[in-house]
Design a protein around this ligand. Sequence first.
Ligand code: PRT
Ligand code: ZN
Length: 285
Amino acid sequence: MNRLKIAIQKSGRLSENSHRLLEECGIKFSNGTSVLKTSARNFPVDILFLRDDDIPQYVEQQVADIGILGENMVFEKNKDVEVLEQLGFAACRLSLAIPREDVFAGPEYFNNRKIATSYPRLLSQYLSENNITAQIEEISGSVEIAPGIGLADAVCDIVSSGSTLLTNGLREVITILKSQAVIIGNKNLDDEKRSILEKFLFRIRSVKKSRENKYILLNAPEKAIGEICKILPGMKSPTILPLVEKGWCSLHSVVREDDFWERIDQLKAAGAEGILVIPIEKMII
Ligand code: PRT
Ligand code: ZN
């Protein structure tokens, strides 16, 4: 039987979340540190452990059918693959940074300067879109030390908290790209692999939805229910059960993680009591 080959990063910032995602999708596999490939026990997929830089090319050539990696790398490598789903982890940005004490008045700063980066394609695209002529110094790691050792005037590198730039005396001035982890796929999968992929993506979307939502239970006086239902639209409409205490009921619904605290304040103001909020393991809609 055909098996879908999934490439994930062997070791690095994406590995743990990639493993967790597969596990939460119910895909069970063993993972020795030295193996390059393993087969899932309960789903028709094989998992390849690779360097993230190689994943776009391997997916284009169908050494792997799909892969999990950062959008930054997908756009830098510019291979003929399709982005299938954003995964919401490994958030970061590709930014230009300059020595902290330099005055910065706009992108013209970079004219005739040397910029160190591991992202020459994305940087040169940005420079030409902004009519800047700069010299790109391509290096594969520790980009942030380049100005300090006299290799370049500025850097174009991945930033997340900003502390690496700070400790190297640099200041972020322009964000070129915002990135998160995504799934990419080969464009020519056969029907059997497409059908495995659809099942896999369905599971991923259920996992993502469950992460974005919480299950909420609360008690409220019957007369407050109308108001509370307006605050909690839920998946369809909330479940309402009578309590032993007359005039009171229990209400169950689903609330989005991102506006959760605001809703809680509104619920309390509307008369809700004994509010319980519970994580959702899977959410199938
Ligand atoms: O060995 P392999 O080639 O597989 O891994 P790698 O070393 O090339 O990549 P890795 O594991 O460092 O990063 C993999 C992916 O994680 C990247 O392509 C991004 O999509 C994403 N990601 C998220 C990051 C960061 N956050 C990040 N902070 N990638 C790199 N960094 C580095 C950055 O290069 C800089 O050195 O962290 C430093 C900045 O971090 P802050 O928090 O100090 O700003
Ligand atoms: Zn890499």
